[in-house]
Design a protein around this ligand. Structure first.
Ligand SMILES: N[C@@H](CCC(=O)N[C@@H](CS)C(=O)NCC(=O)O)C(=O)O
Length: 201
């Protein structure tokens, strides 16, 4: 198995997942833009996106969440996606909530404002600005949810929902867009996540 990888939010999701699983997968480091937009790379993924997991028999899995699901099935130890139907649904619910409410908002801001993406999509600066303005309220929503005292996004244990939220935290930290100070529960969670070795994967 090998993982085609780069520095980005979607690839970070897989790197954190792998680190939390305690497994090792060889990586091929690619450059976002220069490599991903080449004709050669598009034979690996017609969408020209990373990450891509290549299996030993040459089959490919793209989409970061699909790669995590595959790895969860192949390496069931240290489960991150639940071990019974309720846990699986509950963790998926939180994972999706974090992805839709926070990752997409940050991601839309980045994709609609950074020069790197101008060549592959139509950027709408007004949309970037609106997404940027929406972010603080998204953190406040999560903070209200976490005011019940839970240690992790989906409850008392670390799960895929935390992996999702850690990718957002990495983007927010990288853009110097801090979580609002009033969000004491989320900031407590964020400090704990920054201390995990996987955050630096
Ligand atoms: N839904 C995909 C999104 C993958 C994606 O958008 N990857 C970006 C990096 S975050 C990419 O490779 N972009 C290629 C480019 O901009 O040339 C996933 O979760 O894997």
């Amino acid at each position: 198995m090998k993982l085609y990888d780069t520095q980005s939010g979607n690839t970070k999701r897989v790197r954190i997942f792998i680190a939390e699983k305690g497994i090792e997968i060889p990586r091929v480091q690619m450059e976002l833009g220069a490599d991903t937009r080449s004709r050669e790379f598009q034979q690996l993924n017609t969408l020209g996106e990373l990450p891509v997991l290549e299996l030993d028999d040459g089959r490919m899995i793209t989409e970061s969440l699909a790669i995590c699901r595959y790895l969860e099935a192949v390496y069931p130890d240290r489960p991150l996606m639940g071990t019974n139907p309720f846990e699986q649904g509950h963790i998926e619910m939180w994972s999706q909530r974090i992805y839709m409410q926070l990752f997409m908002t940050h991601g839309n801001f980045v994709r609609h404002s950074m020069d790197l993406f101008a060549a592959v999509m139509e950027q709408v600066p007004e949309f970037a600005a609106a997404q940027r303005r929406a972010i603080p309220d998204k953190w406040v929503w999560l903070d209200d949810e976490m005011s019940d005292g839970r240690a992790y996004i989906a409850g008392d244990t670390f799960t895929m929902a935390d992996v999702q939220a850690m990718t957002v935290l990495m983007i927010a930290d990288g853009l110097n867009m801090p979580i609002p100070g009033q969000c004491v529960h989320v900031n407590r969670w964020a400090d704990a996540m920054r201390d995990r070795p996987s955050f630096h994967a």
